[in-house]
Design a protein around this ligand. Sequence first.
Ligand code: ADP
Ligand code: ZN
Ligand code: MG
Length: 479
Amino acid sequence: MSREDYEVIIGLEVHSELSTKTKIFCSCPTTFGGSPNTQTCPICMGMPGTLPVLNEKVVEYAVKAGLATNCEISRNSKNDRKNYFYPDLPKAYQISQFDEPLCEHGYVEIDTENGKKKIRLTRIHIEEDAGKLNHDEFAGDSLVDLNRAGVPLIEIVSEPDLRSSEEVENYLRKLKSILEYIEVSDCKMQEGSFRADVNVSVRKKGESKLGTRTEMKNMNSFRSITRAIEYEIDRQIDVIEDGGEVEQESLRWDDVSGKTFPMRDKEDAQDYRYFPDPDLVAIKLSDEYIENIRKNLPELPESRKERYLTQYNLSEKDAKIITSSKYLSDLFENAIKVCNNPKAVSNWIISDISRILNETEIDPIEIPFDSNQLGKLIILIDKGTISSSIAKKVLVEMFEHPRDPEDIIDEKGWVQISDEGAIKDVVMRVLEANPQSVADFKGGKQKALGFLVGQAMKETRGKANPQMLNQMFLEELNK
Ligand code: ADP
Ligand code: ZN
Ligand code: MG
């Protein structure tokens, strides 16, 4: 049997760090990248005898996330202790939610080849993040940094409704954009603010029982997630085809070798002995509280997309790319305010900016220049100060050393040559140096004109105004 005879089943547990100012049970800051252990206190360091107090904002953000993903919000909920030992968790338990999560029974809609598909959410619950072990910096030692301990998380658990790595990527991008739009998480994947445990199983087509799953933990790049799923599907099918059985286990994906490996600690074999945290009061929410959050939810990606179709005349495809990220979408709207040229802004975002983001694997939120600078770049093209080929070079500069495009072109001497005399000089020189092309053009070969313009561009290192060149070549050639 081959891969076509199998069905792939995937369910995801997504962890997203909430962007509250302070931690979930104490008032330490949550900012990323501080020196190790500078953002800690006895509570988040897990000292005995300390008392946690739930940060109200965490509940609000989680309810927002639940409402934006069509969940039912529990009126009664609580925190539980999940017991396990790990050096990054000094208390030896994580405060999480077990049988009474804040949100349940939601869904996220994704676009597939066969139309829209609902991916059901089992639950969304709140919990605290653990600290971080630094293994590499000191030979032979591992040091613990507790700055991340107590940073609030929501865990979003999906039903096993996903059927391919493409659907997984679609779902994750959709979920990420929703969380960005409602501003509950910055979703910076490199910083671990948006990461997924990926559960994969396969079964023969027609089978109704689910196959045994393996779980790849803490994946935080779309590329690795896709590669890991593809690898794992093939591996599981090989095991079954060879007459073996897939073992339920946690796996670690290794990006370098492109393979999964069993993790040494068998976390799945553990019993967490959940019990209600006696230090924390129950979470009771009124209808009024929930309705108030619902009323104040900001515009979601789907409705922004619809709006772009009519307001800016974008195609469905372009609108989808731009609204897939709140940061791209804000960049789009704010740059239009500066240059008043929606078509140009959308073209720059969809082609050059997206290409650079892809190549460098950076998130839109990490774009180093602002909407004002993008708007100014477009004004410079519209005014004819620079050609669009120079503008592409300016954009690369803006990614590398963000500053105003005017400053870049001044520094680099990239201002477009639109002076008639200067253009004419170049045209005459190029015509003289290329008699064969001139003859070709006069003999009916239109393509020769393109070559001549290209030569003139080369001589001016891309700075000549292309429309003027074209026009002047034609004038001279038709004389
Ligand atoms: P945990 O991993 O914490 O034990 P669950 O048993 O609830 O939690 O499952 C976690 C995730 O695994 C869910 O997203 C669920 O959809 C997914 N899942 C469960 N069974 C399978 C399966 N047979 N194949 C693929 N995914 C599965
Ligand atoms: Zn603290
Ligand atoms: Mg799991």
